[in-house]
Design a protein around this ligand. Sequence first.
Ligand SMILES: [Zn+2]
Length: 588
Amino acid sequence: MRYSNFFIPSLKEDPKEAVLKSHKLLLRAGYVRQLSGGIYTYLPLGLKSLRKLEEIIRQEMNSAGAVELSMPFVQPLEIWKESGRDEDYGKELLRFKDRQDRDFCLAPTYEEVITDLVKKNVKSYKELPLTLYQIHLKFRDEMRPRFGLMRAKEFIMKDAYSFDADEKGLDESYKKMKHAYENIFKRLGFDFKFIKAEAGEIGGNYSEELMVFSEYGEDKIVICNNCGYAASIDEAESVSDYNDSLVESCRQPRMTKLSTPDKKSIEEVAEYLKIDKTCFAKTIIYESEIGFIAALVRGDREINERKLKKAVKIKNLFLAKEQDVEKITGAPCGFAGPFGLKKQNGSVEVTDNSNSNNSTNILIVIDEEIKNSEYWITGANEKDWHMANVKHGRDFNFDISADIRSVQSGDKCVKCQGILDVKNAIELGHIFKLGEKYSKTLNAKFLDEKGESKYFVMGCYGIGVGRTLQTLVEVLSDENGINLPVSVSPFALAVVNLNLNDAKITEIAEKIYADLTSMGADVLYDDRKLSAGIKLKDIDLIGIPFKIVVGNRTVKENKYELEIKKDSSKESFDTLDALYSRVKQLIF
Ligand SMILES: [Zn+2]
């Protein structure tokens, strides 16, 4: 491909809307353009990479026995009402009407359509197992689309669906898909791990997420370097700490007030009193469908709101408004303690699983670590004061004690007492054992060996394809440019003609381009009438793995130079044949 004939609208400056390095680079290098929030055009470079990535996924899916098809992106809402997910998806499901006033939606996922398809076309156990997949568009009307292709509204996913006669069959299909995922992500060179996950809107009995470690990942994963334990921050457990030596000084017969003028945060108070943060209990006031909740964790900890919701068995949880905190504690935010809290009515709408008898109580939920030790320093429920020697059972009573804290790096593993590490990660795949969830609601059945009618046992398996492409850019790039592997890079090789006005240079460059192209190499030939500096910079930004520069030195010294982007190394060759055989070795 001649650069002059291609379409690579690169940008000189970092685009303002981008935060992540990968998002900036994809925009700057001319891989994608945003049309509207979370909606992107894949420019020719981006599309070339995307197609290569899709091909890797396709190869592994096919060799695992899955069969490709393509389902409609626009779907009748009726089928979503039938499965009951019309409501579950809420505003993320983009709905609209056609000219006959019929309701439709843009597909956020395809379980309904595939189940309907198989129900109507597969009648016997003899046709099972069956795994179907597609690489296709999805649309979720995200509240806050961000980070480019990482959290877009319209995105490309590979989604596969397995149909089996029983649970044993599902286990087998699930294993095959998981293995295919391992192959795909190994081929891409990722550092990844499967972790057990919550099923969310998709539902089912069991699911695992494929997480790729990256500094900028939105998800937090806890891993044990000793035994391999891995879980999401919302699921992960650590050994509860018991640091009585630190609270020994607090062991007093009654609560004692400590003056802390204008010191609100734990950091400020700990610094001011010269007492370690682990001696404090933080009291956070929340509002929920069952009224207000006071939650306590140790001063150096963060409350995990998902764990708190689970412990209290509630759906909604918000930080209480400042004026409510004042009414409940009698003090402005920053001075709350767990004792003497005044009862208040919550203003959150009561939903189905609420217990209305409770709605005038403040529920006190303490973390296990708060229960472990007896004496704590807390807010005094009075402006500019904290309270020492606060003891549960004496100065306040709690309703629930549970693990409601987020694991921190350095905590101990519950399985082996090893040291836990918290790492940022990006979810690139999610696999589910759905069981009969969809076949039951959509009444999808087949006849078994005895001629009895049974529900299909299903699994589903997704990979965010656009997100995977951006993650490769995120993980492998430097500030000067993208650095994709040959298997996914839009071009394997660049030939740069440094001076188009020089007939000899141009003759050699044209010959190399023609020879390599006829060898079957995917070459970008930079034949633009621009300065050498701009051209080399652009090729670096696009991130083509191998570069052959043809300039004065090529002609004078009769040497051909090959640059390898990955490690910035250079190799020199006396003949074109030697250059070509090295190129073959590198790219095929
Ligand atoms: Zn461990």
